[in-house]
Design a protein around this ligand. Structure first.
Ligand SMILES: [Zn+2]
Ligand SMILES: [Zn+2]
Length: 637
């Protein structure tokens, strides 16, 4: 650590000395780094200091740079006549916020409008949306929003964006239509667009082109793919997709669904890439159903608690049907699950007696082996039902050794620790735990590599754009397309905001260098905003480093501080244990203020604040290896 006196002294004669201090420090760091290299050890503290320094350097000019560079990429050239333009507005550098737009002459079709839940590095944000600025600027061309299925990564953005797009009609199948309507009920201030219910194999003229729909296998009823039929062939978007099969032998219903491509030429395919890096075939959902038949039938004398996603609607329905068949009552804990099941019931997808359902309060009236509980929170979500059971804070459910807890889900990357904690806590309370690792109680809704290959072979597109996945997944899917015989130059791996054109009568695919506006849009509360990365950076800084406020009151007449500066700090150091540090900071403030006042009796206070901010940030960083947000307040009297 650097000697305090040297550091303070460096400020005495202003900026020049400060630079020399930095130099000394840099020299010291590289010397010690060399030494550490020799002994094969890294100095984490020094590395952290370097990282923080770099971050602070990056933070200051970042905004103007971003604005400038984005302006440049916002300028997408006019669409040439008879060119098919595909815009990937979301879902291509992440799983979530899926949105694709197709533009041809005077029409735009939007396919899906999803959101993404906040990530660890976006504190304070509720949802992340696709950026729809390109579409807003051309909203008179929008002919409709086609929604492939009811999952929130395909529908969640709707209520936040349709007003700005002029509330274009929504085309989707029945189950999705009802889900969307229910969602708009929660947003009474937003206009509910007209919803047109479509069926597989139906063709509708939307704008100037025919649009055909085809049914797909996923985990929610009424999933579909879409074909927008340009004169050069169809733009085919599969939506989320897997195949029903037995040991790789594809079921007849899948052949029937894809029969449509025997007659229709596919110009370009956009397809789900989530699991194409997984070899072979995925576990078909009917296998999961069989596992549940066995578990429920054989759970003699035991109470059953099944945790899964509310979005796995088909599975939840099946579990309830199996429970009824085996004489069990079903209690559901989780609002989203209750809502989804109400829709399934209303539309006749779930054929069970009303008397099969009981409330959580009614559970004690039934013997344990006549009860099955469906719960949310299999990802270890802190406040969800399962975690409350595990924490013994659930009002109605106490876990006991005579319980079987089934976690019917895989672990979403990032949730590993939370799920491990959940399993450990449940295990301590005594129940037997069944997970996807020990039996087939979960299958993904997205097909593996061989399923993707089969789908490519049925559709036989001329061009290919992988989507629905992180960049790596798109790359793996692109390689698969080439493996199935597509020329490499016919494949484009998109980014967020990519503008891809199929030009010259459908003979050539071009990835334009310009991008559609793609500054991340977020929802905070109910408001949609363009993210200002500096706000997020500050929140992260606040969370990790804390805040340090100094208040200097200057007496203008004397050019001296009226009293010792006040210091307020949160989340940085414990003030009471840091009296020496605070004393040095006060001295530093006094020096900077009084030196400035001596030189310039009427100083620019903003400059003075900047000087204080920089000097104190540097000093705190050197002394504590932490970099709180420093806010100087200068009061003159
Ligand atoms: Zn889905
Ligand atoms: Zn999806």
């Amino acid at each position: 650590m650097i000697n305090k006196k040297t550091t303070l002294a460096s400020h005495e004669s202003g900026a020049k000395k400060k630079i020399s201090t930095n130099k000394t420090q840099r020299g010291r760091t590289s010397a010690s780094t060399n030494y550490e290299k020799r002994i094969g050890r890294t100095n984490h503290k020094a590395a952290r200091t370097r990282r923080l320094k770099n971050e602070s350097r990056m933070r200051r000019p970042v905004l103007s740079e971003r604005v400038l560079s984005k302006k440049h990429s916002d300028v997408v050239p006019e669409l040439p006549k008879d060119t098919v333009r595909v815009l990937t507005l979301g879902g291509v550098e992440e799983i979530g916020r899926n949105m694709t737009a197709i533009e041809y002459n005077d029409d735009i079709w939007i396919v899906d409008a999803g959101f993404m839940f906040r990530e660890d590095d976006t504190p304070g944000i509720d949802y992340i949306l696709p950026n729809t600025k390109y579409l807003e600027e051309r909203k008179e061309k929008i002919r409709g929003i086609i929604i492939t299925h009811g999952h929130l990564d395909h529908t969640g953005a709707l209520t936040y964006i349709t007003d700005a797009l002029g509330a274009p009609p929504i085309y989707t199948r029945e189950f999705t239509a009802v889900m969307i309507k229910k969602r708009y009920e929660e947003f009474p201030e937003v206009k509910l667009p007209e919803i047109i219910v479509v069926e597989p194999k139906q063709t509708l003229k939307i704008g100037s082109l025919p649009v055909t729909f085809f049914g797909t296998t996923h985990t929610i009823p009424d999933s579909m793919g879409v074909i927008i039929e340009t004169p050069y062939g169809g733009v085919v978007i599969t939506g989320d997709i897997k195949l029903d099969h037995e040991d790789g032998v594809v079921f007849k219903k899948e052949y029937e669904a894809f029969e449509i491509f025997k007659k229709k030429k596919a110009l370009v395919l956009l397809m789900d890439s989530t699991n194409t890096s997984r070899p072979g075939w995925s576990i078909p959902e009917h296998k999961v159903f069989n596992t549940f038949e066995d578990i429920i039938k054989n759970a003699k004398g035991k109470r059953l608690i099944i945790g899964t996603f509310a979005s796995q609607i088909e599975r939840v329905i099946k579990i309830i049907e199996i429970a009824e068949k085996n004489g069990r009552k079903v209690a559901i804990d989780g609002r989203s699950m209750v809502n989804n099941l109400a829709i399934a019931k209303e539309l006749g997808y779930m054929k069970v007696k009303d008397s099969t359902f009981i409330t959580l309060e009614q559970m004690p009236d039934y013997p344990v082996d006549k009860v099955l509980i469906l719960a949310t929170g299999a990802q270890g979500d802190e406040y969800a039902s399962l975690m409350r059971m595990a924490n013994e804070t659930h009002k109605f459910i106490k876990l006991r050794p005579e319980d079987i807890v089934v976690l019917s889900s895989s672990v979403i990357p990032g949730n590993e620790r939370a799920v491990q904690k959940l399993k450990d806590k449940i295990a301590r309370l005594g129940p037997h735990i069944v997970t996807y690792e020990t039996s087939d109680v979960h299958a993904s809704g997205h097909g593996n590599r061989e399923e993707a290959r089969w789908i490519h072979q049925q559709i036989k597109p001329k061009f290919f754009i992988p989507h629905h996945g992180f960049y790596y997944m798109l790359r793996v899917h692109a390689d698969l397309a080439v493996e199935t015989g597509m020329p490499e130059e016919n494949v484009v791996i998109p980014d967020t905001g990519s503008v891809i054109e199929i030009q010259e009568q459908g003979s050539k695919i071009v990835h334009l260098k310009e991008k559609a506006p793609n500054i991340t849009r977020v929802v905070e509360g109910k408001k949609v905003k363009d993210i200002q990365s500096t706000v997020i950076a500050d929140r992260k800084m606040l969370a990790q480093e804390g805040i340090f406020v100094i208040v200097a009151t200057i007496q203008m007449r004397t050019g001296k501080l009226k009293k010792s500066p006040d210091i307020i700090s949160r989340g940085f150091v414990y003030l009471r244990d840091s009296q020496e540090l605070l004393g040095q900071v006060r001295l530093l403030i006094k020096k900077i203020v009084e030196d400035t006042m001596r030189k310039y009796p009427h100083p620019d206070l903003d400059k003075l604040k900047q000087e204080l901010q920089a000097a104190i940030s540097d000093y705190l960083l050197q002394q504590t290896h932490k970099m709180p947000i420093v806010i100087p307040v200068v009061v003159t009297v």
